[in-house]
Design a protein around this ligand. Sequence first.
Ligand code: P53
Length: 481
Amino acid sequence: EERKYEFPKDFLWGGAVAAHQVEGAYDVDGKGLSTADVLTAGNQKTPRQITKGVLSDQYYPNHEAIDFYHRYKEDIKLFKELGLKAFRTSINWARIFPNGDDSVPNEAGLKFYDDLFDELLRNGIEPVVTLSHFEIPYALYENYGGFKNRKLITFFAWYAETVMRRYKDKVKYWMTFNEINNQLDRFDELHTWTNSAVLFDEGDNKEEVTVQASLNELIASAKAVKIGKEINPNFQIGCMMAYVPVYPYACHPKDMLASSKMMERRFFYSDVHVRGEIPTYALKRWKNEGFDIKYTAEELDALRQGTVDYIGFSYYMSKAVTTLDDVYGDPVRDFPEAKVVGNPYLDTNDWGWQIDPDGLRYTLNTVYQRYNKPLFIVENGMGAYDKIDADGKIRDDYRVAYLEAHIKAMHEAISIDGVDVMGYTPWGVIDIVSFGSGEMEKRYGIIHVDKDNQGHGTLERRKKESFAWYQKVIEANGLQG
Ligand code: P53
């Protein structure tokens, strides 16, 4: 039988989550508060609020999440049945260092991840671990102002060293900062908060503050890579980017330029991670804008010595940009001649995210052409409202259609374009708390969790129809036709 969409041997079929979106148990076994623990629930129209500490009259969806902390054995059983070869999660920094600046790690936190990784390995599942996925210890905001303070470079490096040493024989695949590039794109508080534990003060130049904080993270990341390679030279340590290609709306040359400049902002972070130096376009912009960005010669050296082995990235959607007057769109911050517009050729999900499988092939090509490094798709998926039919089944054919189309696009990038792709870990293999909106009912999972936006539900797990489909994909190492 012809297998049109067979994947390379050892391709890492997996699933992905992040600690704060699944674990719950936000205040047990010595864990400190994290930036995710002070985020209220929002929805499509209402943004999540960042509160000063935990307030008694607010609902915080991440405090319990799906209680993975206590239920991971049951969930890993399902992952094994599914056939997962890899499972991506993050270590919740505040479990290990409750205040972020502690000199001694919290043993109970370390023990939890020992048990979790052991359980995965026992079931033949390779852990893929992000060091910082929006879970910075809250005390690092309170006492230091987050990553705009360069002291966090040292704290992060110590945290990375501690966990990489501890799990050196259990975890091979690492990533440093999740979607580090999200923050520069929008300057909305949610992103600088979750990426960097930074809130803006009045009078701040938001771009300047964001650039400084995230450059500190790039330096911290490079130090972690160097330390990690010393601990275990077999480690594969990557960066993690959100790649949202921005197309020119028209073939007007100004639209093409706008697209290229917007892509440059997204590429800035992988440019540093991969090439180990600050690109000239960034230095020029900082100079032109009069930014006072601080870094030392020793840190520039650290950037050079801590380049990544691979590029992990999320891909959900594409965007389009135009400079044409007669097209309606949302203005782009500090790029006054451009606005983001809807793409007339694409459908969206219920949250307005444009569905674009060809954009994944385009992204894989662009990124591989730019860096020539292995790529790892560590997030992809479609948030949707699911409904349970009278017979108890969840018929999520829209999810299967989305994933199938993206798997085909990925296959084309590998088999036609020659791109080196290590694996594919679709987002929220099990339903989790949405990051952007805090909703439980924006579901990505192929395993359903009984819980609603208000936090009600039994937390019972149930396979959706997509479960059997993905199981077959993994078993066949690709799609059948
Ligand atoms: P939610 C924007 C664009 C692409 C990915 O997002 C993004 C974002 C953030 O809004 O975030 C990633 O849950 C992130 C995950 C997150 C996932 O995408 O808002 O790494 O933590 O859950 C999906 O639907």
